[in-house]
Design a protein around this ligand. Structure first.
Ligand code: RAT
Ligand code: ZN
Length: 415
């Protein structure tokens, strides 16, 4: 490689062609039927957009959600795409999706887009999106206590290797009293105070589902004030069920910390917010459970620097993604820089968190652009000192960042 332009082209090519593993999404494969969300009405009623639209619409949350999905979509469209310009990250994403699917981005009639999605063959559409993004696979979020989902695992599940599973344990850890009756109904001998056989039974429940789903990891989202020292049922279940089972199965425990649920309950899914978490909790987990692997993402920007430093201390900690409110270009740029500057390439720069299938296109398109730019800059600094980065080196680094690091972490026994 002879100059910076050539370097930029090589990085761009490597990032555009690498086959991505998207380690956290809320997508489902086709066999899950109504859980597979796609098309313009789902895209426009994505909670990231609803929250934004509600600032422009003269209506309260309950009235908005009372409308049909079609009417909600029209409402968001009018508010954010007709009466205002789609410059926010969630709104721009819709335009990116239209653009990449070859649609007219200037058509103001929603029916034009509806017609497009009505006419596509779902199978071809799925192949096309995987191809456009250059995706190897996505990891779903699988809730074992969700009735619609469980029904498919019990009957009708068809394995599609592009959709991997992750066992989500929010209900057990964040809503123990409610999940208790569900577990009992499923035949598990569990008690509110964790007495008797409860610990063994929760472990049996976890193992059964990890095996059935072939779950790659176990995951939970947690509030900013999450602590292992509050004597809570949650802390006890993590210590005596989740972490032992993860060790036994050699799978990571994914912690997504910093979400403040239902700050405005009227907005439903769109009503969650964030706050800074206490990094001490993570240090405690990584150092006291050395034989466990932790995949971690934190929601607050203020946590990112200390998270990177913590990852330098513990090799059983793999940090991932620019989660939710951090998934916008300026923040991805800043966070990726800090991570590279202190961890080299030993982290997972992004996951998509998609809920609607076509969001894979925009979320990855936007992230790739930023990550590629940061990489070019870092290689250029080396190049300026006559250090020759080879094409093979670039490809290796990019492959590690967009999938390799995840798979190696999953496979590793001794970290
Ligand atoms: O990003 C999102 O869609 C959030 O609503 C959450 O689902 C979050 O990502 C989570 O996994 O809890
Ligand atoms: Zn998520």
């Amino acid at each position: 490689m002879n100059n910076i332009n050539e370097l930029a082209q090589l990085v761009d090519k490597a990032v555009r062609t690498v086959r991505i593993t998207d380690i956290h999404t809320h997508l489902f494969s086709e066999c899950f039927g109504s859980l597979f969300l796609y098309g313009i009405d789902e895209l426009l009623t994505y909670h990231y957009l609803v929250a934004e639209a509600m600032r422009q619409i003269d209506m309260d949350g309950p009235s908005f959600y009372k409308m049909s999905k079609r009417d909600q979509a029209q409402c968001v469209w009018d508010a954010l795409f007709i009466k205002n310009s789609p410059v926010s990250e969630p709104a721009r994403s819709i335009i990116t999706i239209f653009n990449k699917l070859g649609l007219d981005v200037n058509n103001k009639d929603l029916n034009y887009y509806r017609e497009y999605f009505r006419s596509v063959s779902l199978k071809e559409h799925i192949d096309r999106v995987f191809d456009t993004v250059s995706l190897k696979c996505v990891v779903m979020t699988n809730d074992p206590l969700d009735k619609t989902e469980s029904a498919v695992w019990e009957e009708g599940y068809v394995k599609d290797d592009r959709f991997k599973a992750a066992l989500r344990v929010d209900r057990i850890l964040n809503g123990w009293e409610d999940s208790l009756s569900e577990l009992k109904k499923l035949g598990f001998d569990v008690h509110s105070d964790l007495s008797g056989r409860t610990i063994e039974e929760i472990k049996r429940f976890l193992v059964e589902h990890i095996d059935r789903m072939e779950a790659l990891y176990c995951a939970v989202s947690l509030p900013p004030d999450f602590t292992m020292f509050d004597g809570s049922i949650r802390a006890k279940i993590i210590d005596s069920c989740i972490l032992p089972v993860c060790r036994e199965k050699n799978i990571p425990f994914a912690l997504m910390i910093g979400v403040k649920r239902a700050v405005n309950p009227e907005l439903e899914l769109a009503g969650d917010s964030l706050a800074k978490a206490d990094i001490k909790e993570l240090e405690y987990l990584c150092s006291n459970y050395k034989n466990n692997k932790f995949l971690v993402t934190l929601l607050s920007l203020e946590n990112q620097h200390e998270l990177v430093v913590t990852a330098r201390k513990f090799s059983n900690l793999m940090i991932f993604g620019c989660w939710w409110y951090l998934n916008s270009p300026s923040l991805i740029d800043q966070i990726t820089r800090i991570r590279i500057e202190w961890l080299g390439t030993s982290f997972i720069p992004q996951h998509s968190d998609c809920r609607v299938f076509e969001q894979l296109i925009s979320k990855w398109e936007h992230s790739k652009t930023v990550i590629s730019r940061v990489l070019v800059e870092k290689y250029s600094d080396l190049f300026a000192m006559n250090y020759k980065v080879t094409e093979e080196q670039i490809k290796r680094d990019v492959e590690n960042l967009f999938g390799g690091n995840f798979w190696n972490f999953i496979k590793a026994y001794n970290l």
